[in-house]
Design a binder for this molecule. Structure first.
Ligand code: SF4
Ligand code: SF4
Length: 390
């Protein structure tokens, strides 16, 4: 990953966005960003600024996602959709090797295909944190993931400071947004105030500054720092959800037998949507296949989930055979055991698991229910004893 450099602010006119994309494409990057498809804003290859969802936003709540028109031409006036950048850095299916029969033996080819050189456009602050979380999982420690490393090392990142939060966002609670603090080459803030529509661009790396030199831009407006602050403050004030994270690890460890897990299990379909959309979930399974001739065999790695029965099957039985145990495993991993394992929370407050849960199960509501039950117990215990109390 490139070295950070001292930050500078510059002004970029709206037309400069396309010039920025073209400068990246001339350098051989595959530019990937938000685009409208299948009734959602999803990440896909974009070739010009015309592919961006200008004038569109999303309306999100538990189990609900709708596109809506904005009254302006904002390019980044939405929160986050069902996709996250993990689908490019940690693809949903990766061939690990293939083998071909050679006489009585098999010749195994392990070589990876040339990794794509991605430029990610529109990476939100919570998503930068999610990438940093996956960096710890895949790049640190004794087992470095070669596929992830090859893609991650080359990725050019254009962050966007949020000016609009979604109904299920809670990055303020998780201290992961709405302002991009680190981990980008360039960071854009889209300023939409009165009749004003322009970008302020912040350089994060020398590589970012080099690309910006190819794009028409000029000195920052006099109010640049204030305009950025106003934009992110607007998003911070719009957070649709909050989560009290004080002492959260101990809270969950104290409550592994809490009746709330039965309450959530009665609603959970164990569909695994929450893990598929989560930008930090990283579980996978390995599968071997052969063709009918017996001449070829392949080994694939595919995303898996702690919500599937097969995932926790261990010689002779499933160690988490109820919805209760699987939801509890997922939530306590995200918010508690992840901290022991990786030194950070596994949740960045993006809200995707709330929006894309078909029954609207809400991780913030589940934490609140457990926390409030303890507070109610303390209140009851500290109530003055009435005459006749045992
Ligand atoms: S919490 Fe929701 S999204 Fe996750 S497995 Fe249960 S029903 Fe599916
Ligand atoms: S647990 Fe939910 S809110 Fe947290 S990072 Fe994953 S998808 Fe986003």
């Amino acid at each position: 990953m490139p070295d950070p450099r001292p930050r500078t602010l510059r002004a970029l006119p709206v037309e400069g966005l396309d010039a920025l994309l073209q400068a990246l494409r001339r350098r051989g990057y595959r530019t990937v960003g938000p685009t409208l498809r299948d009734g959602a804003i999803v990440y896909d290859e974009i070739t010009s600024a015309a592919d961006l969802p200008a004038g569109w936003t999303d309306v999100q709540d538990g189990g609900t996602y709708r596109l809506a028109r904005r009254g302006d031409g904002a390019y980044f006036g939405y929160a986050v959709g069902p996709h996250s950048w993990k689908r490019f850095l940690f693809p949903a299916a990766t061939r690990l090797w293939r083998a071909r029969r050679a006489g009585d033996a098999f010749a195994v080819e392990t070589g990876q295909e040339e990794p794509p050189r991605y430029a990610f456009v529109g990476v939100r602050a919570c998503e930068l944190h999610a990438i940093a979380v996956q960096d710890r999982v895949f790049l640190q420690g004794p087992h470095v993931d070669a596929t992830y490393r090859a893609r991650r090392e080359q990725a050019f990142i254009i962050a966007v400071n949020c000016g609009q939060a979604g109904g299920t966002c809670f990055c303020v609670s998780m201290k992961t947004g709405p302002r991009a603090a680190a981990g980008f080459d360039l960071a854009l803030t889209e300023i939409l105030e009165g009749g004003r529509h322009e970008f302020i661009v912040e350089t994060g790396t020398e590589r970012g500054a080099d690309v910006l030199r190819d794009v028409p831009h000029w000195g920052p407006p006099a109010d640049a720092p204030d305009a950025i602050d106003r934009t992110v403050a607007r998003a911070a004030a719009q957070m649709g959800r909050t989560m009290d994270t004080a002492d959260i690890k101990e809270l969950l460890y104290r409550n592994l037998g809490h009746p709330r897990w039965d309450h959530v299990a009665a609603r959970c379909l164990t569909c695994a949507n929450c893990t598929m959309v989560c930008p930090t979930c990283f579980c996978s399974s390995v599968e071997d296949t052969t063709d009918l001739t017996g001449e070829h065999a392949e080994r694939w790695r595919r995303w898996d989930s702690c919500f599937t029965m097969d995932f926790s099957y261990i010689h002779g039985g499933n160690v988490r055979n109820s919805a209760k145990s699987r939801y509890r495993q997922w939530m306590t991993h995200k918010l508690a055991t992840w901290i022991d394992q990786f030194g950070t929370s596994g949740c960045v407050g993006c809200g995707r698991c709330i929006t894309w849960c078909p029954v609207g199960i809400d991780i913030t509501e589940e934490v609140r229910a457990i926390r409030e039950s303890e507070t109610a117990t303390v209140r009851q215990d500290s109530r003055p004893k009435e005459q006749g109390d045992a």
